[in-house]
Design a protein around this ligand. Structure first.
Ligand SMILES: Cc1ncc(COP(=O)(O)O)c(C=O)c1O
Length: 385
C-alpha cells in the first residue's frame, strides 16, 4: 500500500503518548481561556506582557482599521510593500541601531529565509543543539555543512569554529523556547569575531521583554557583535509576524534572493500598523516588564519551597522537568481538572526523557493566579504534604 508510513507513524506516536491533537481555544483575556465552555487559568501563552488582549492594543487596532487594508494583496516586490510596512521597518531599524529591517509573515519563514539564502554557496553552519526547528530546517535546506554544538557550550563551539572552513555562520537563540535559559551573548559574539564567523540570533522570546526598553539581544550587542538578528511579533509584542535586522548588503541580497520573502504575500498592512503601535506602547509601559519580573520571582520562590523540578531559567518560560511523556500528560490532566491550563512538551520537540510542563508566566497574571497554579502543581505532584 502506498503511503503506509502514515498509519504506522501515527500509531507509534499514540502508543508512546506522543500524539499531537488540536483543540479549539477561546481566548478570554490575557489570563484565562475557555475550552468546551470551561474556563481555565492560562499558563501556556507566549503573550508575556499581556499585550495581545490589552485595551491599549484593541484601541490601536480600532484606530488603525480605517487607514490600512487587512491584506497586502501581493508579495513585497510586486505591490505588497506599503507605508505601514516601511514605517514599522524604519522604527525597528532606528531603535535597534541596525542598518536595515525586513518583515516576514512568521519567524519560521524569517529563520529559513536568512539561513538558507545566506548559506546558499556552502560554508559551515554551527548551531546550538537547542536551536529552533525553523533554524535547523533553514540550515538543512542550505548548501552549507551543519554541525551542532552542545547547548551553550562555548568550548565545544570554539573547537568546531577552529576546524570549520569557508563562510561561517553561528546560530543560536537569545532565550531558548523550551528551556527558558539565555545564550551567553557576549561570549558567543567574541568567539565569532575571533574566527571571522557571522552571528545570527533568534530572539523570539527575548524581544519585547529583555534589555533596554525591551529591545532584547539587539540592544545588548552592537551591530558589529551581532550582525544578524531575528525576532517575532507573535510573543511579547502581542501580534504576529517577524523581522530580520541586518546590514545593508545582506538586506539587498535577501530582497533579491530570499525565496520566502520574494514568493510570499506581504504581511497585512493593518497588522504592521498595529504592531508598530504595540512596540511604541511597550517602550512607554515599563510596568509590564516589571510586573512580569515580579511574577517570575514569585513563581520561582514558591516553586523552590515546594521542591518543584524547576529548570535554570530566569525568564517567563519556567519549565518543570518531568522526564516521562505519559507522566507529563497525566499531570496536565490533573491541572486541567483544577482549572489550570499548562501544556506538556514531549519528544521530538525536546530530547527523549526530558518531557516537561512548559509553564509560562505573564504580566497579566495576578498573585492569586500564580498561587492557584502552585497549589494545583503541589497537589498534582504530591508535594503538598
Ligand atoms: C525560538 C523561536 N523561533 C521562531 C519561532 C517561529 O516564530 P513564528 O511563530 O513567528 O513562526 C518560534 C515559535 O513560534 C520560536 O519559539
Amino acid at each position: 500500500m502506498a503511503f503506509e508510513f502514515i498509519v504506522s507513524e501515527l500509531a507509534a506516536r499514540r502508543a508512546a503518548s506522543l500524539l499531537r491533537q488540536r483543540q479549539i481555544i477561546e481566548q478570554v483575556d490575557g489570563r484565562t481561556l475557555l475550552v468546551d465552555g470551561q474556563p481555565y487559568l492560562n499558563f501556556s501563552s507566549n503573550d508575556y506582557l499581556g499585550m495581545a488582549h490589552s485595551d491599549d492594543l484593541k484601541l490601536a487596532a480600532a484606530q488603525a482599521a480605517p487607514d490600512w487594508a487587512a491584506g497586502s494583496g501581493a508579495s513585497p516586490l510586486v505591490t505588497g510593500h506599503s507605508q505601514a510596512h516601511a514605517k514599522l521597518e524604519a522604527h525597528l531599524a532606528e531603535h535597534l541601531g541596525r542598518e536595515r529591517v525586513l518583515l516576514f509573515n512568521s519567524g519560521f519563514a524569517a529563520n529559513q529565509a536568512l539561513i538558507q539564502t545566506l548559506m546558499s554557496h556552502g560554508g559551515h553552519i554551527l548551531a546550538d543543539k537547542l536551536s529552533h526547528a525553523s533554524m535547523l530546517d533553514g540550515a538543512l535546506a542550505s548548501k552549507a555543512k551543519l554541525q551542532r554544538f552542545r547547548h551553550n557550550d562555548m568550548c565545544h563551539l570554539a573547537g568546531l569554529l577552529a576546524s570549520a572552513a569557508g563562510d561561517k555562520l553561528v546560530i543560536s537563540e537569545g532565550v531558548f523556547s523550551m528551556d527558558g535559559d539565555a545564550a551567553p551573548l557576549l561570549d558567543i559574539s567574541a568567539l565569532c569575531q575571533q574566527h571571522q564567523a557571522m552571528l545570527y540570533i533568534d530572539d523570539a522570546h527575548g524581544f519585547g521583554v529583555n534589555g533596554d526598553l525591551g529591545l532584547g539581544a539587539g540592544s545588548m550587542l552592537e551591530p558589529a557583535q551581532l550582525p544578524l538578528l531575528m525576532a517575532t511579533f507573535g510573543k511579547a509584542i502581542g501580534t504576529s509576524g517577524a523581522f530580520l535586522a541586518v546590514p545593508e548588503d545582506i538586506y539587498a541580497y535577501l530582497v533579491n534572493f530570499a525565496r520566502h520573502y520574494i514568493y510570499s504575500t506581504a504581511m497585512s498592512p493593518l497588522l504592521a500598523a498595529i504592531t508598530l503601535t504595540s512596540l511604541k506602547l511597550l517602550q512607554k509601559q515599563p510596568w509590564r516588564r516589571e510586573k512580569l519580573k515580579e511574577n517570575i520571582q514569585l513563581f520561582r520562590e514558591k516553586a523552590r519551597q515546594l521542591a518543584l523540578p524547576l529548570m535554570d531559567s530566569q525568564t517567563a518560560i519556567q519549565p518543570l522537568l518531568i522526564g516521562d511523556a505519559q507522566q507529563s500528560l497525566t499531570l496536565c490532566q490533573k491541572l486541567k481538572a483544577q482549572g489550570i491550563w499548562v501544556t506538556a512538551i514531549r519528544p521530538p520537540t525536546v530530547p527523549q526523557g526530558s518531557s516537561r510542563l512548559r509553564v509560562t508566566i505573564c504580566a497579566s497574571h495576578t498573585k492569586a493566579d500564580i498561587t492557584a497554579l502552585l497549589d494545583a502543581l503541589a497537589r498534582g505532584m504530591g508535594n503538598d504534604a
